[in-house]
Design a binder for this molecule. Structure first.
Ligand code: NAP
Length: 255
């Protein structure tokens, strides 16, 4: 019997899908029948490898290089998806960055601006383009958006990266507001807030082994795997979450 979650002719864009949580989500989306846009910024080889893996398993995917904080890149990515995969039904705003741990007093304007540009403005731009295509008020068939926030939005990340935590706080508020704005237009907007997940992002924060250092503070006493986040994202996108919008799932092991 076909899985009730299996989607045919559904198209999804997952930003930052060459690695980590985005990669796991892309793989899961493909197994659920979505045609997947694997967005990335630098790691073309990883993105192409993932596309090949999805194709070998009988799925459909395309890799698109685009810096989500650059409007022209975002417009090009959505146009490519329109032309190669078809009408968009889902967006996962997953691309996100963090910079080396430091106090606010040491942070440069450039660093703060980059974090905000990717983690906030990039999500706004992608959501804007998705809503234009999905909204029933402009001839679309509706759809679903999931923003990948962070448990840091609740905790604040003092002494490490308050810029990153605040960017995720902005994403949380954006999730609430956009969900209400487009609720009558067939679009659901939700967010996940992962905790400490084993991915490369901690190396860019200057501490590759961070999850193992902090896992003792997690009630479940372990870090999470990207796939554990991907399952929550895919549930929020699925018809099983049909009455869920403006909602948050914390995937933090209880922290
Ligand atoms: P990751 O392993 O560092 O992967 C980041 C991904 O984002 C890569 O695919 C990267 O592409 C892409 N990317 C970065 N900047 C981009 C840009 N400007 N435009 C397009 N793509 C861009 O990160 P992750 O840990 O999987 O994190 C994914 C999301 O989860 C982020 O939003 C992060 O804040 C959030 N999160 C993670 C954790 C955690 O513990 N891992 C916890 C809470 C929240 P390239 O490969 O080409 O560089």
């Amino acid at each position: 019997m076909r899985s009730p979650q299996l989607k045919s002719n559904q198209v999804i864009i997952i930003t930052g899908a060459s690695r980590g949580i985005g990669e796991a989500t892309a793989l899961l989306a493909a197994t659920r029948g979505y045609s997947v846009c694997v967005n990335y910024r630098y790691h073309a080889e990883a993105a192409e490898r993932l596309v090949a893996e999805i194709a070998e398993a009988g799925g459909k995917a395309v890799a698109v290089a685009a810096d989500t904080s650059v409007e022209a890149d975002v417009l090009r990515m959505f146009k490519t998806v329109d032309e190669t995969l078809g009408p968009l039904s889902a967006l996962v705003n997953n691309a996100g960055i963090l910079r080396p741990q430091m106090r606010l007093s040491e942070m440069s304007l450039q660093r703060i601006s980059e974090v905000m540009a990717v983690n906030v403005i990039g999500c706004f731009l992608c959501a804007r383009e998705a809503v234009k295509r999905m909204s029933t008020s402009s001839g679309g068939k509706g759809g679903a958006i999931v923003n990948v926030s962070s448990g840091a939005s609740r905790l604040g990340a003092p002494g490490e990266y308050v810029d990153y935590a605040a960017s995720k706080g902005a994403l949380d508020t954006f999730t609430v507001g956009l969900a209400k704005e487009v609720a009558e237009e067939g679009i659901r907007v939700n967010a996940v807030r992962p905790g400490f997940i084993y991915t490369d992002i901690h190396a860019s924060g200057g501490e590759p082994e961070r999850v193992d250092r902090v896992k003792a503070f997690v009630p479940m006493k372990r870090g999470g795997q990207p796939g554990e986040v991907a399952h929550a994202i895919m549930w929020l996108l699925s018809d099983e979450a049909s009455f869920t919008t403006g909602a948050f799932i914390d995937i933090t092991g209880g922290k």
